[in-house]
Design a protein around this ligand. Structure first.
Ligand code: IPM
Ligand code: MN
Length: 358
């Protein structure tokens, strides 16, 4: 009997459904080649549903999601919904409730993909950022008072506990070990902690000590490095080849991974995973709902296909995951650009190209 993986799919808003459709096409091709099955269950959470019913994501949905092997998200965000409602009510709620404590963001420039970095190529831009995904400022501990008056005060605290830091670092060190075994080019580079310990003397110190302790005691064979986040921003642009595995806290990770997306060729190709290594993970393209391109069949599905590739790897189907990547690379070679509307192909055609070569 072939194995069947159950996948909860949230196509979501804007171009979400279009890119999910293409990712599923590729997943199905990979499954039939790889001898396993994928059983999808679609959920209609997103802006449209919220506007109709006033509901973002009920707690009962979280209990449903727990039963799946994995989740796949298109995009959340609607021009008629005030910013913050869908983000916190759907995306962040899922991340927190399912304890998806790792945000895994590969920053890999594929051949024939344009980077805005002059004189940098695929051999220079090939690293992963591990962003802690449940703590920090995103816990939203704090408050506001005298709102709307000249004396208004607002606070939102960066909150970390040792356990949250340690479990994130453990994932990062283990990934670094796996990558080093894969490629001597990776092994030559350090694992880099990114923070701001020259100013954030409490949180930064916690992360730094935890990193040094775990690294020296449990992974002495791995080279370690540390960058302040502002400096890391410069090095991502000037010397991206210095990085292999970079690990950081939540908000810093949010910011530097958008920079990472740009140097790898833009939102059309950037994918991410919200991972609970012991539970249910969720994979998504980084691009957002791109309302101005919705319904035109011009959006690039490559980021969603990349997220599908990551999902297969997380499910343990690493051979199929690699087959998807090879096929993505072949399609990218033919495409004129990775930008929406300028690919030289429609959304559907890009999905067909990748799926047909698996
Ligand atoms: C991301 C997004 C989210 C975040 C938003 C939409 C809540 O920017 O996944 O990087 O800040 O984490
Ligand atoms: Mn972000």
């Amino acid at each position: 009997m072939s194995k069947t993986y159950s996948i909860a799919v949230i196509p979501g808003d804007g171009t979400g459904p279009e890119v999910v459709r293409e990712a599923r096409k590729v997943l199905d091709a990979a499954a039939s080649k790889g001898g396993f099955k994928l059983a999808y269950t679609e959920f209609d959470f997103g802006g449209e549903r919220y506007l109709k019913t006033g509901e973002t994501l009920p707690d009962s949905a979280i209990d449903e999601f727990r039963k799946f092997d994995s989740m796949f998200l298109g995009a959340i965000g609607h021009p008629e919904v005030k910013p913050g409602i869908l983000e916190t009510g759907i995306l962040l709620k899922i991340r927190f409730a399912l304890d998806q404590y790792i945000n895994l963001r590969p920053v890999k420039l594929y051949p024939n993909v344009d980077t805005p970095l002059k004189d940098k190529g695929p051999e220079d831009i090939d690293f992963v950022v591990i962003r802690e995904n449940t703590g920090g400022i995103y816990t939203s501990i704090g408050g506001a008072t005298r709102v709307g008056t000249p004396d208004e005060i607002a606070t939102q605290l960066m909150v970390y506990d040792r356990r949250t830091v340690d479990r994130c670092l453990k994932y990062a060190f283990q990934l670094k070990k796996r990558r080093n075994a894969l490629n001597p080019k990776y092994a030559a580079k350090p694992i880099t902690l990114i923070h701001k310990r020259n100013v954030l003397t409490h949180c930064g110190d916690l992360w730094y000590r935890a990193f040094e302790e775990m690294g020296s005691k449990q992974y002495p064979e791995l080279k370690r490095d540390y960058n302040h986040v502002d400096a890391a921003n410069m090095w991502f642009v000037k010397n991206p080849e210095w990085f292999d595995v970079a690990v950081t806290e939540n908000l810093f990770g949010d910011i530097i991974t958008d920079l990472g997306a740009m140097i790898q060729g833009g939102l059309g190709v950037a994918s991410g995973g919200n991972i609970n290594p012991e539970g249910v993970s969720m994979f998504e393209p980084m691009g957002g709902s791109a309302p101005k391109y919705a319904g035109q069949n011009v959006i690039n599905p490559m980021a969603a296909i990349g997220a599908a590739m990551m999902m297969l790897d997380a499910l343990g189907e690493s051979k199929s995951s690699r087959a998807v990547e090879t096929s993505m690379m072949a399609a990218m070679k033919k495409m004129k650009s990775q930008a929406a509307g300028r690919m030289g192909y429609s959304t559907t055609e890009v999905g067909d190209m990748v799926a047909s070569q698996i």
